[in-house]
Design a protein. Structure first.
Length: 181
């Protein structure tokens, strides 16, 4: 499976990159402030701008995934918090990108510090939103189809040994080594 097959899989594929870019934008802004290098400030600008656009794609895919994913009642509260934070994160970073575009070359030291403080709070929101998204999948099985989840549970109930896999892998590798002589 090369491309995501479900809306939940598309959301999982789309949400990591913008979060990384938003964290990187803050890191490059801090580095630019410390070194006074305009090239780092430019990388921060583009990371923020592309990250803000990416949050829109992640938000849209997440809202669509919510309506289509298999989940039980226990995940619903976490899902609602995740959704609220995702909307907040998107609004915060779109506003920060607009602020940065509008005031790009005119920001003074005080305004830049305020901007970076707001970015820092936004990054904390991104991290908490990501944590809740992981909780939905890894603690509650949200987004995993019931059929796949039942199959995984059945497989876990069968006896499983990592030692057998390592031994089989070693035999396969040894056989492969002899073929290349």
């Amino acid at each position: 499976m090369f491309f995501p097959q479900s809306v939940a899989q598309w959301h999982a594929a789309l949400n990591d990159f913008p979060a990384l870019l938003l964290v990187m934008a803050l890191g490059f802004d801090i580095a630019a402030a410390a070194t006074k290098r305009e090239s780092l400030r430019a990388v921060a600008f583009w990371s923020l701008t592309v990250g803000a656009v990416g949050t829109l794609a992640a938000l849209i895919s997440g809202l669509r995934a919510e309506d289509s994913m298999d989940h039980g009642g226990s995940v619903h509260l976490v899902l609602e918090r995740h959704e609220t934070l995702a909307i907040t994160v998107t609004l915060v970073f779109v506003a920060l990108a607009a602020w940065r575009i509008w005031r790009r070359s005119a920001m003074g030291t005080g305004e830049r510090r305020a901007f970076m403080a707001a970015s820092g709070l936004g990054v904390l929101l991104v991290l908490w939103t990501s944590h809740l998204g992981g909780t939905i999948v890894y603690e509650f099985g949200g987004g995993i189809s019931t059929t796949v989840l039942e199959g995984a549970l059945q497989e876990r109930q069968r006896e499983h040994s990592h030692e057998q896999e390592v031994a089989a892998s070693s035999v396969d590798m040894a056989a492969g080594d002899h073929q290349h002589d």
